[in-house]
Design a protein around this ligand. Structure first.
Ligand code: 5GP
Ligand code: MN
Length: 554
C-alpha cells in the first residue's frame, strides 16, 4: 500500500492533495492513504478559527472548509492527529476519533485503526509537563489558558497506548520522542537547526512520554512533525525478553515492552507478538514550497481492491472500555493505577484478555468504521465573509457530535467533553440527529408545505421542532457495561450507577452535578450514510504562499 506522510499540514489541504496528484501523475502510481502528523487546522468556519491557538495576525481560514462544505472532496483517505494549532473545539467533539469531513478522519486524543490490515496508532497534541497529570478539563469557549492546555498530552492517553500488545505498524505523533536525534544524523540536524543544541543538552527537545511509548510499543514506523525539518532515524530495541520472531522483511526480531506497566505479566492477547527490532523514524517539515513536507512509502498490506478497508482496532476498543473509569475531567493532578499501588488491589494491566476481546463482538458485529460524517455547523462562506480578517467573531460554545454520541453509546464509554461540561455545571447541548444539509432540505419542504397549506387553511401552523436529542436524555456511563449487552441495549438498561471516580480524583461537585444529571441515555442513533459531494476540480498551479510564521508559540 502506498502511503503519503505529511508533516505539519497547517491548513494547506488543497496544496497537499495537489502535490499527491502530481506525484501520482509523474510516477504513474496511486496513493492509497495520506497520514498527517498534526497542526492540521480543521477550521470549518470563523468561530472554529477563534479556538485555534495562534497569534491573531496569523489566523487564516486556509482550505479545510472546502472539504467540510462539500465544495471539494478529499481524493484519498486521510488520517490525522492533532498538534498545537487546531480547531480545538471541533477536535474536542471527537475524543475517540471520527470524520471531520468526508474521507478525512481524526484519530482522537489517541487512537488505533487498521487500514487494509496496516495497524496505525497515534496520539494528538504536544507535551507540557505541567499539564500531563491533569484531566481533560477544557471546553469551549476557552480562556487564554485552556485555549493552550487543551492540546497538551495527558497521561491517560499514554497509559492507554502502553496497554497495546501485538504489532503496531505505524505510530503518529506531532512532536518527537526525546533522544530520537541520537539515532540519526544529529550533526546534520544541528546544522539545519543550531538552536536545538541547548534543548538537546538539557533533554528538553521533544516529549518524554513519547520516548517511553517508542520503547513500549516498538512500532515498525514512527512519523512525526512539529520541529519543521526532515529527520530520519533508526531506533534499535534492545531489551528483548521474548523468543525471536521472523519479521516480514526477513530480519529476525524479538519483542518486549520496556517501560509499560503491562510487561509485568505475559500478554494474554491473541494478537501476534511484536515482530520489530527496529523502529524507522521519520519527521517531516511543514507544508511550504521547497520544503520536505511529504514522503511516500510503500508499506506491505493486505491486497487492495478499490478503496482500502478501514476498521477500528479491537484491542484498542477494549482498552478504551476497560479504562473508562480512569477518565478525569478535573484540572488537578491525579494518578493512574500502577504496580507500586501497594495494598490497593486495583487492576493496572489493561492489556485485553481473550474474554474481553470476545465480549467486544456483542457490541461490534463488524469493526468497519461507519461512514457517518455529518455537517453540524455552517461552513465558512468565502463570498459573504471575504473580509473576515477585519470581522469581530466570538468563540463558539461546546457542541456534541453525533458520531461520538453513537460511538460512546455502542462501546459504553463516556465522552470527556460531556463530563467536563457537566462537572462545570453547564447544560449539555443537544446532539443533532440530522445534518444541517438535511435540515436545510426540510426547511424548504416546510416552506412549500406552508405555501400549500395557506391555499387551503388560512394562518397555518408553524413548522415542527427540529429533530434533536435533548441533553436531559443523556446519561453518564461511568461504570463498565456488562459484556453481554448488545449494540442497541444501551446504558439506559444496564446502568443506574453513581459516579465512581478514582479516589485521587474524587470531586464532590463533579459527583453531585453528574448524579443529578444522570438520566436515561439516548438510544443508539441510526447511522446515516456520508453525504455525497461533487468531485473537486483540481488546479495544479502554484500560488503565493501566505507564509505561516507562528514559530514555537508554545
Ligand atoms: P509551531 O508550528 O507548532 O507553532 O512551531 C513549531 C516550531 O517551534 C518549529 O520551528 C520548531 O523548530 C520549534 N520548536 C518546537 N518545539 C521546540 C523545542 O522543544 N525546542 C526548540 N528549540 N524549538 C522548538
Ligand atoms: Mn506544531
Amino acid at each position: 500500500m502506498k502511503i503519503a506522510i505529511e508533516g505539519c499540514a497547517h491548513g494547506e489541504l488543497e496544496r497537499i492533495y495537489d502535490t499527491i496528484a502530481c506525484i501520482e501523475k509523474e510516477s504513474n502510481t496511486k496513493i492509497d492513504l495520506l497520514l498527517c502528523c498534526g497542526d492540521f487546522q480543521s477550521t470549518r468556519n470563523l468561530e472554529d478559527l477563534q479556538t485555534m491557538a495562534v497569534p491573531k495576525k496569523y489566523l487564516d481560514i486556509c482550505t479545510f472548509y472546502k472539504y467540510y462544505s462539500g465544495e471539494c472532496v478529499a481524493p484519498v483517505l486521510t488520517i490525522f492527529i492533532g498538534g498545537n494549532h487546531e480547531a480545538s473545539n471541533y477536535l474536542q467533539e471527537l475524543p475517540y476519533g471520527g470524520w471531520v469531513a468526508p474521507n478525512i478522519y481524526y484519530l482522537g486524543y489517541a487512537g488505533v485503526v487498521n487500514v487494509n490490515g496496516v495497524r496505525i496508532a497515534g496520539i494528538s497534541g504536544i507535551y507540557k509537563g505541567h499539564d500531563f497529570l491533569r484531566g481533560h478539563h477544557e471546553f469551549p469557549p476557552y480562556t487564554e489558558s485552556t485555549c493552550r492546555s487543551v492540546y497538551h498530552v495527558r497521561q491517560l492517553e499514554v497509559f492507554r497506548l502502553k496497554q497495546l500488545s501485538g504489532k503496531i505498524d505505524i505510530f503518529l505523533s506531532h512532536d518527537w520522542p526525546t533522544g530520537i536525534y541520537e539515532y540519526g544524523n544529529k550533526a546534520q540536524l544541528l546544522r539545519k537547526k543550531p538552536y536545538f543544541a541547548a534543548d538537546m543538552e538539557s533533554g528538553q527537545l521533544g516529549s518524554r512520554p513519547l520516548e517511553e511509548l517508542l520503547k513500549a510499543v516498538q512500532p515498525s514506523y514512527w512519523f512525526a512533525a512539529h520541529l519543521h525539518c526532515k529527520f530520519a532515524a533508526l531506533v534499535p530495541h534492545q531489551n528483548a525478553t521474548k523468543a525471536p520472531t521472523q519479521m516480514g522483511d526477513g530480519s529476525s526480531s524479538s519483542s518486549s515492552s520496556s517501560s509499560s506497566e503491562s510487561d509485568d505479566e505475559e500478554s494474554t492477547s491473541r494478537l501476534p507478538p511484536k515482530p520489530v527490532a527496529v523502529t524507522k523514524f521519520l519527521a517531516l517539515d511543514k507544508c511550504l514550497p521547497r520544503r520536505a513536507f511529504l514522503q511516500v512509502l510503500d508499506i506491505p498490506s493486505e491486497a487492495i481492491e478499490g478503496n482500502p478497508t478501514f476498521e477500528y482496532d479491537a484491542e484498542w476498543l477494549v482498552i478504551l472500555q476497560s479504562t473508562n473509569h480512569l477518565i478525569s475531567v478535573k484540572e488537578n493532578y491525579y494518578y493512574l493505577p500502577g504496580k507500586k499501588a501497594g495494598a490497593i488491589a486495583e487492576r493496572f494491566n489493561f492489556t485485553p484478555t481473550e474474554e474481553e476481546l470476545d465480549s467486544l463482538t456483542t457490541k461490534f458485529q463488524s469493526l468497519k468504521i461507519p461512514e457517518n460524517f455529518q455537517r453540524t455547523v455552517p461552513a465558512f462562506d468565502p463570498q459573504e465573509q471575504s473580509n473576515y480578517k477585519h470581522m469581530v467573531v466570538g468563540q463558539p460554545t461546546a457542541h456534541l457530535n453525533p458520531q461520538s454520541n453513537t460511538f460512546c453509546s455502542v462501546l459504553g464509554v463516556d465522552d470527556p467533553l460531556c463530563l467536563a461540561l457537566l462537572a462545570n455545571g453547564k447544560d449539555l447541548p443537544a446532539v443533532a440527529v440530522k445534518s444541517i444539509d438535511q435540515k436545510a432540505e426540510e426547511t424548504i419542504v416546510h416552506v412549500q408545505d406552508q405555501c400549500q397549506d395557506q391555499e387551503t387553511i388560512e394562518g397555518s401552523s408553524s413548522p415542527p421542532p427540529e429533530p434533536l436529542v435533548t441533553p436531559s436524555k443523556r446519561k453518564l456511563n461511568l461504570f463498565l457495561p456488562a459484556p453481554t449487552v448488545t449494540a442497541d441495549a444501551t446504558a439506559a438498561e444496564k446502568d443506574d450507577s453513581a459516579i465512581d471516580l478514582p479516589e485521587e480524583d474524587e470531586d464532590p461537585k463533579t459527583a453531585e452535578t453528574a448524579e443529578s444529571e444522570a438520566v436515561d441515555k439516548p438510544k443508539v442513533e441510526a447511522v446515516p450514510p456520508a453525504p455525497s459531494s461533487p468531485p473537486s476540480v483540481k488546479k495544479l498551479k502554484r500560488r503565493n504562499q501566505n507564509i505561516y510564521q507562528a514559530e514555537d508559540d508554545d
